[in-house]
Design a protein around this ligand. Structure first.
Ligand SMILES: [Zn+2]
Length: 549
């Protein structure tokens, strides 16, 4: 569906004029703003028609390309048209054009990319884990919105968030209200972008003040090391526990009710679940019962809302009848279920690969791009693992209609981008990273940075216990840095990747332990993540140091 040409490759421009083919589309002005803002960040260009040497970029809409697809074409010498099938398609076309253009100090070489591109999968969402005082919880809201905009240019089309009740002392806690307002701003921004929006609930979650006698049994014999919760969750098999779960959830639905929510996720575990006699096996038993009641409640607020049941940590250590319980329910064709979410900390779960679930319940994945192989998450900088995510994608892609990567911050930016392109059209990670590196850093450093990323991924899985065979990612990063513009060199994306290589070298030379040299780097990462007040799991500055032997 796409092809690249070489027209215009060498021709550069000092001024650009962007026009709309259709003036009566109110939101299209936002897209002009996005185009100008992102381009201006990369080079000092003049805007408007200054001479015949100006480039003319025309933005247009043309249904028929394919849902959320776009086309980039050359109208004449010095005039390029970006055509979207629809609002999002035009946005993705702008993203592609920006990423494949080249930027000099005060000049611009327009993208040589020509052709049509239409996303293969319908659901290309991102899940922001809005808690633990991580980036999404504590960074200035405009920065989070800007980040969302950047992700949208890669092809994402849905945002999911979580109001994590455990942080708050009940419905009337003023802090809960502050967080709700923040989440609504984020969801509102996503909605305005054209995204589908929704939020997650844990089927039996609770505020911090939950009555002890109503709490869930979270002993989960033999599986406690992977499951469990905050210890505040409620047991829905206790009548007053069920009542309180529904009361809290109803309150939450009511505070979000002025937004048009498209989907709701109901989550079983981690945190969550109850292992009491009446509830177990949770995922195939009480979870499904309480989820049905929660779904009915959600429908009162949003009659069209699509309910996704998550299967996270179902049968995670041994078969306990959780997947079978869900499968049996789906065979009855329940109209309250809209789809199923599956994934795991390691390989994709076997059950949905080996059994065909009824096909009217689309299956989405939930790649864990944040926590694997680094603790606290993001502490040593960026955690790119493109080979890992390609391997996991290949296990399940034939069954998936898309998904939502699980994100605890911005340190996994590269993983997000790689996964977004799997959803778009099985784009190999190398192709994605070439585009990313050329756009964010420089076309001249693509090969060095890819080498560095491959080494970083290998070392991450080895827990930084390097040996003499370990190649030095820092060498490639240092060499690449020498040819970067000061803007690229000081950007947060470069700093978190560069610091990762720098910290990694220290770890490898010290049996995996940070040295005192790492202290300022942990400080800098903490600033970039806005994680000064974060909980331990996402806070670099709390690291302990060990002297080099
Ligand atoms: Zn129970």
């Amino acid at each position: 569906m796409k092809k690249a040409g070489n027209m215009n490759e060498e021709k550069n421009y000092q001024s650009i004029e962007v026009i709309l083919a259709e003036q009566d589309v109110p939101w299209a002005n936002d897209l002009i703003g996005i185009f100008q803002r992102h381009l201006s960040k990369r080079c000092q260009i003049q805007w408007g028609h200054h001479s015949t040497a100006s480039l003319l970029v025309e933005l247009a809409l043309e249904p028929g390309i394919g849902v959320e697809g776009f086309r980039i074409e050359e109208v004449s010498s010095g005039c390029i048209r970006i055509v979207g099938n629809d609002k999002l398609g035009l946005r993705y076309g702008i993203g592609k054009f920006l990423r494949t253009s080249r930027y000099l100090q005060d000049r611009f070489i327009p993208s040589p990319w020509r052709g049509t591109s239409v996303p293969a999968r319908k659901v290309r969402g991102i899940y922001f884990a809005t808690h633990f005082h991580n980036f999404y919880h504590d960074a200035p809201i405009d920065q989070v919105r800007e980040y969302l905009e950047e992700l949208s240019l890669w092809g994402y089309n849905a945002l999911n968030i979580w109001f994590d009740m455990h942080h708050y002392q009940g419905i009337d806690d003023p802090e809960a209200r502050v967080m709700i307002e923040r989440l609504k701003l984020l969801l509102g921004t996503a909605k305005q972008t054209g995204f589908n929006i929704g939020f997650a609930i844990l089927a039996n979650e609770s505020f911090a003040d939950s009555p002890i006698e109503l709490r869930a049994d979270q002993t989960f014999p033999g599986t406690r090391h992977v499951r469990g919760g905050y210890g505040l969750e409620l047991c829905p098999s206790k009548p007053a526990g069920r009542e309180l779960i529904l009361k809290n959830i109803q309150w939450e639905f009511a505070v979000f009710s002025d937004l048009k929510i498209d989907f709701l996720w109901i989550w079983p575990y981690d945190q969550g679940g109850c292992g009491c006699e009446k509830c177990r096996p949770w995922g195939g038993n009480a979870f499904l019962r309480i989820a049905e009641e929660e779904a009915a409640l959600a429908r009162k607020f949003w009659p069209e809302v699509k309910i996704y049941l998550s299967t996270w940590l179902f049968d995670c250590v041994k078969p306990e009848g959780e997947w079978e319980g869900l499968h049996a329910l789906l065979e009855k064709n329940p109209d309250w279920v809209g789809g199923v979410i599956a994934d795991s900390h390691t390989d994709f779960p076997h059950y949905p690969l080996e059994h065909d679930l009824p096909e009217n319940y689309p299956l989405l994945n939930f790649p864990e791009i944040s926590m694997w192989g680094m603790n606290p998450w993001g502490t040593f900088g960026a955690n790119p693992a493109p080979l890992r995510f390609e391997r996991l994608w290949n296990q399940a892609k034939d069954k998936l209609q898309g998904g939502f990567p699980y994100s605890e911050g911005i340190f996994e930016d590269i993983n997000k981008v790689v996964v977004s392109r799997f959803y778009w059209g099985d784009v190999p990670w190398q192709e994605t990273l070439r585009e990313y590196i050329a756009y964010e850093f420089s076309p001249h450093v693509v090969e060095d940075v890819i080498m560095a990323i491959k080494i970083m991924e290998q070392n991450q899985s080895r827990q930084w216990m390097g040996d003499s065979q370990t190649h030095d990612a820092y060498f490639y990063m240092k060499r690449a840095e020498a040819s970067l513009s000061s803007k690229a060199r000081t950007s947060w994306r470069w700093r978190i990747l560069f610091l990762r290589s720098r910290i990694e070298r220290e770890l490898l030379s010290n049996h995996g332990k940070p040295t005192e040299n790492c202290r300022p780097w942990f400080e800098e990462l903490t600033e970039i993540y806005h994680a000064r007040n974060a909980q331990e799991c996402v806070k670099p500055i709390q690291m302990k140091y060990g002297n080099r032997d």
